[in-house]
Design a protein around this ligand. Sequence first.
Ligand code: SF4
Length: 353
Amino acid sequence: MKIELETKSYTEKANLYQILNKEELSKNDIVYLLSLNDKPDTEILFQHADEVRKKFCGDDIHLRGIIEFSNFCEADCVYCGLRKSNATLERYRISIDEIITTAKKIYSAGIRTIVLQSGEDPHYTKDDITKIIEAIKQNCDVAITLSLGERTFEEYDEWKQAGADRYLLKHETANLKIYSSLHSKQKLEERLNHIRYLKSIGFQTGSGNIIGLPKQTIEDIADDILLCKELDCDMCSFSPFIPSPETPFRDIPPAELSLTLKTMAVARIVLKNVHIPATTALSTLSPEGRKLGLQVGANVIMPNFTPDEYKDKYRIYANKKTYDPINYVKELKELISSMGRRVAEDKGHSLKI
Ligand code: SF4
């Protein structure tokens, strides 16, 4: 009996190493890796992901300073606390001047990417966003990432012309049925067309999924990783679902930490030279989340510089971590150096250009 067990364990290890040594992973390989439960096997996966991260991204960790400038949203994504039909949320919009002042603070903190994020809020017109991009570019030598949801192709064109560098638009899930159950109006194919269009006009694009959605399977998560590969994204975010009490998903349990980390690790192995953040949601899921994420393939952290009076109101999910950004950056730098890594001083553009 003992010999049989050892033989089985040997075969499984051999299988694991064989998959990890492949240049291209199939969907079956990805599902196999995401299904690992044995702690030593999972450790081997994590270690390999960290080696792939080192080979393709080096030891630099890129900080992106984020400004969540409006929590108004025209969309009604079922899982999200900012959804239009959440009448309990106190809404805010930050003025153009305050956005620009906040961007200058990020630049003064030594951060070289500014992420402008909001719900889908048409109150900020094409010209407003252009004005913000141009003012930031005139005052700060930074890259600008936009994360404004689905807007028109004409708007994307103008913002690219104005100097924006990157656009984040998560596909959320590659499973058509689940996607349709989350959105009353938006269509998955439309979203993918937006991501493809953004890429075609020269934006560095970011997409990614949400882990732990109802009815989502390991196969779906494998499809998410493969979809990011097909979209040739420059940045990919794999973040855990955390319920918001202000949504119909209030009673759905949060994603498992181990599955989130395995997804990040496998994504790093499959996607190789992309930027992968250790998300704020991961830190909300576990106090060690940031460090764990950086150990399994992540190379980006996005400190939140949204002014204090608003940041509690950008509640996509519950118990979102808030902090003083300057202290947070200081603490991050200590953590990063204690891990033998370093904070990048450049803008951290795509590793594919
Ligand atoms: S996920 Fe984005 S688009 Fe959907 S409701 Fe939330 S803020 Fe709006």
